[in-house]
Design a protein around this ligand. Structure first.
Ligand code: FBP
Ligand code: MG
Ligand code: MG
Length: 295
């Protein structure tokens, strides 16, 4: 099944065709690159390699005017002018959860396609997708029309689920950050959720989000006492995941409002944000618990 927007279709086709190579290329690149990304995190060899590969391929697509990623300081200009509506901007987390390379656990790739120059609000997304490198490789793609799940084999994508929707009865939860570093308000929310649902936390957001989309529930990486802005990045992680979960009938939040309505810091493409996504009722409860912490 192809997407009606030809630029989005080109990005998704290019991503699908690159995934086998990325997966194969992880072998031999599990070590640290002895370098830091702009967020100050140690980069793995595979982070840099996957970023170069995706930058090269996505930036050469007709209609893509900007490429940005977690692994590079600045936005890459690819021709065209996003501000005049001439082309889309792609924001990429080339490998999500790359610290899982060491222990050989799940990882992902995230792509947000914005109809605005970066950094942009999440409601400027026209599509977002993630690839999950699990026992099999799958991709979830959200557009304004629907959410689709594909299996990726041999460079091709095979539709396995149409109109992906969060199940109504939530089952799982997963929260990041060390418990002593949680705020009192978030801890109180987490304690209640723990009594009701099953813990699923794998150290790669994409793996955990895919569980939420499959079983229903809530994923969160909260603001911490030591780092109120949290860990995840708005442009590369929060917005695309918020868009996918909202399109699938759930909600996203930074603790107080939908991630898609947050005005980005124009000077910081790597801005971090608390991220919460999941079933409506669970995000409502979270926002009620955090209401008094609004700045
Ligand atoms: O190790 P922690 O603190 O649990 O953090 C895990 C979180 O950080 C991330 O790995 C951040 O993403 P990157 O690996 O792309 O930097 C998320 O995928 C995951 O949810
Ligand atoms: Mg990530
Ligand atoms: Mg990453």
């Amino acid at each position: 099944m192809t997407v009606s927007d030809p630029i989005v279709e080109s990005v998704i086709t290019t991503l699908s065709r690159s995934v086998r190579e990325i997966r194969q290329g992880l072998i031999g690149r599990r070590g640290s690159a002895n370098a830091e990304n702009p967020s100050g995190e140690t980069q793995m060899e595979a982070d840099i390699w996957a970023d170069d590969l995706l930058a090269d391929r996505l930036s050469s697509i007709d209609g893509i005017s900007q490429y940005a990623s977690e692994e590079r300081d600045t936005v890459l200009d690819c021709g065209g002018d996003t501000s005049t509506g001439d082309g889309y901007a792609v924001a990429v987390d080339p490998l999500d959860g790359s610290s899982n390379l060491k222990s050989n656990n799940a990882m992902g790739t995230i792509v947000g396609i914005y109809d605005a120059p970066l950094p942009a609000r999440g409601d400027e997304l026209v599509a977002a997708a993630y690839v999950l490198y699990g026992p099999i490789t799958t991709m979830v793609l959200a557009t304004d029309e629907t959410v689709l799940e594909y299996e990726l084999t041999g460079g091709e994508r095979r539709l396995v689920r149409r109109d992906v929707t969060l199940p109504e009865d939530p089952v799982v939860y997963g929260f990041g950050g060390r418990v002593p570093d949680w705020t009192d308000e978030f801890r109180s929310y987490a304690r209640a959720i723990e009594q009701e649902y099953k813990l699923r936390y794998g150290g790669a957001m994409i793996g955990d989000i895919n569980q939420v989309l499959t079983y229903g529930g809530v994923f969160g990486y909260p603001g911490l006492v030591s780092r109120p802005e949290g860990k995840l990045r708005l442009q590369f992680e929060g917005n695309p995941i918020g868009y996918i979960v909202e399109r699938a009938g759930g909600r996203s939040s930074n603790g107080h409002q939908s991630l898609l309505t947050v005005d980005p810091n124009a000077d910081d493409i790597h801005e971090r944000t608390p991220v919460f996504v999941g079933n409506d009722a669970l995000i409502d409860r979270l926002e009620a618990e955090l209401a008094d912490t609004r700045m």
